[in-house]
Ligand binder design. Structure first.
Ligand SMILES: [Mg+2]
Length: 261
């Protein structure tokens, strides 16, 4: 996944926020502004910093390294992921009843109901790479690309289980990633080795695609809808995984370490 090398200095407001104890929070509605949300609800953990409507990418860098590491090691990230997965599970059941009239897999399949997942820091965690960069949590594209292509990013079990549950319910799974088409075969190998298979389509960026992730991903979801598929949940670690509509509800997994507009 390509990210800008630009490092935005974290804002004073964000430093104030992150200087608070990073403990697990109940799931909350996050508000990136109506233009971005397109009126669709986004459910998150409240841990994604600094602002959710920035037009610039950023990496948190090493200033708050200790707090970030504590969040990832003291059970908080696992707790927030679990809460979000539970929220996505219950909402999607309700959505299937409303949209398809039933949650029976045969009905759901005929109804062409689908869920969208992002890959990086949604299904695979880059934490081990980011936390051991120099400085910690800076962005090192060479290290990231090696880790992606050699399947060094471990699966995030909570979201993998959610994906498999959705499949068992009859939902089609679409993967929309910022990774380049040039990484297709290695990405599929890594998905397979992590036990993630049976998805309907893997949407990847063309190498020359310079659009914002939020725009690229919204247009990809629109193309899926244009085939008659109904998208319910979109699960990602960035608001750009669920901006500008073409989904039922966004579920924002916690990611303290970087932001992609
Ligand atoms: Mg991601």
């Amino acid at each position: 996944m390509k990210r800008s090398r630009k490092v935005i200095i974290i804002s004073f407001a964000s430093i104030a926020l992150i200087s608070q104890p990073l403990v697990s929070q109940a799931v909350v509605t996050v508000d990136p502004g109506n233009k971005i949300s397109a009126g669709k609800t986004i459910i998150g953990s409240g841990q994604n910093l600094p602002t959710l409507n920035s037009s610039e990418p950023w990496n948190i860098g090493s200033e708050a390294k200790d707090q970030v590491m504590a969040y990832y090691s003291n059970g908080s990230v696992a707790s927030d992921r679990k809460d979000l997965v539970n929220s996505a599970t219950s909402w999607t059941r309700m959505w299937l009843k409303e949209t398809c009239g039933s949650v029976k897999p045969v009905v759901v399949r005929n109804c062409k109901a689908a869920a969208v997942f992002d890959i990086d820091d949604t299904l695979f965690s880059s934490y081990n790479v980011a936390s051991t960069n120099t400085p910690a949590f800076s962005y090192n594209p060479e290290r990231s690309e090696i880790a992606e292509s050699t399947c060094q990013l471990p699966p995030i079990k909570a979201t993998r289980k959610l994906l498999k549950n959705f499949q068992s319910w009859g939902l089609d799974i679409f993967l929309i990633t910022g990774r380049s088409e040039s990484e297709r075969s290695t990405t599929i190998d890594c998905l397979n080795s992590a036990g993630i298979s049976g998805w309907r389509n893997l949407v990847m960026r063309e190498p020359e695609d310079k659009r914002l992730a939020s725009v690229y991903k919204a247009i990809a979801r629109k193309a899926i809808e244009n085939t008659g598929t109904k998208i319910g949940p979109s699960i990602g670690d960035q608001v750009s995984d669920m901006s500008y509509g073409h989904l039922g509800r966004g579920f924002l997994m916690p990611n303290l370490t970087y932001f992609i507009p």
